[in-house]
Design a protein around this ligand. Structure first.
Ligand code: GLN
Length: 322
């Protein structure tokens, strides 16, 4: 069996020429990215790392929603959070304006902008600085190094984010978020503008795969009690209006972002990330989808593949050690 590293290199070479899709344009700073950037990373739950391609940082964008949701769960617990943000997939684009539940006024789920803004508004802290510092500290623990916000992207989102502002005001109208709308939006844009590498994303996913314990530092970043909730919403809502198709084809919890990252969790085995900025019409990385389909097929990652498929990754890991 080929080693994992060799397989990642093959996939990188195979899909580098694929230039379908377009880089996100609606945030001016994102439109400037080199569309040919491409990286693939796998980190196992015991900290083994495989990486190919671009090792430079990019902004995390919507993938941050997964981790903010984890922090809000820690701050408020499942029941209280459920009163404010639902867990129902939308089938609508991520920045949809109209989706607040008729009766409860809740946004559908924490992976779309409305739900993510509501989640961010619930984070504890006495003032904006304390809330930002809590978020940064959480991300620092996930990646096991210092993290930074890209100020240009933050400013760019802030000046162009009329749609998110409209969503926030609509939620304020229904009393779903408090009156500190601009502060909440700033924090939301700051979390989206966090700089990560592809390997960082794989490491963060590996932490989730490892029941919340960071594979290198051993720090329990998120309680094992909340892993189930986080992975469930990733599985059903993480890939925009492609979530059902993704669940069918790839079959593992994942989250996508407009900068071109896709991060996925193989429970108890590994975290995987792909970065490539050209997006399809749903907003998912074109090369990312291809790479994940192949990885899932080759290593038998699909959660409902009840054949012996699942063992293929451990066999590949053994072969990689030799
Ligand atoms: N910052 C982006 C926004 O709110 C995040 C969107 C995304 O990655 N899907 O529009």
């Amino acid at each position: 069996m080929t080693s994992i590293q060799a397989f990642l290199e093959t996939l990188h070479e195979r899909y580098q020429p694929l230039s379908d899709g377009t880089v996100a344009q609606y945030i001016p700073e994102l439109a400037k990215v080199d569309p040919d950037r491409f990286a693939i990373s796998i980190v196992t739950v015991d900290g083994q790392r495989f990486q190919v391609g671009d090792s430079q940082p990019f902004t995390i964008q919507s993938i941050s929603k997964v981790f903010t949701y984890g922090l809000a769960l820690a701050d408020h617990g499942r029941d209280r959070l459920l009163k404010k943000v639902g867990v129902e997939p939308t089938g609508d684009p991520f920045n949809s304006l109209i989706r607040l539940d008729e009766a409860s006024k809740r946004p559908d789920n924490p992976m779309v902008n409305a739900g993510a803004i509501a989640t961010t508004s619930l984070l504890k802290g006495n003032d904006p600085t304390e809330r930002l510092n809590r978020l940064l500290e959480m991300f620092r623990q996930y990646v096991d190094r210092e993290v930074h916000v890209d100020i240009s992207t933050f400013m760019s989102e802030r000046v162009s984010g009329h749609r998110n502002r409209a969503i926030a005001h609509l939620m304020r109208n229904f009393n779903m978020i408090d009156e500190h709308i601009e502060e909440t939006l700033d924090l939301y844009y700051q979390q989206c503008s966090l700089l990560v590498t592809c390997e960082d994303l794989a490491m963060m996913a590996a932490t989730l795969a490892n029941q919340g314990r960071q594979p290198l530092s051993g720090v329990q970043v998120v309680s094992p009690d909340h892993i189930r909730d986080i992975l469930s919403v990733m599985y059903t809502c993480g890939m925009y209006n492609f979530a059902g198709e993704w669940a069918y084809r790839v079959g593992i919890p994942a989250k996508s972002g407009v900068s071109g990252g896709i991060m996925a969790v193989v429970p108890n085995q590994a975290g995987i990330a792909v970065f490539s900025p050209r997006l399809d019409k749903n907003g998912n990385s074109v090369r990312g989808l291809k790479v994940f389909e192949e990885l899932s097929r080759t290593y038998g990652f699909h959660l409902f593949d009840l054949s012996m498929g699942r063992c293929r990754f451990s066999q590949a890991l053994k072969a990689s050690e030799k």
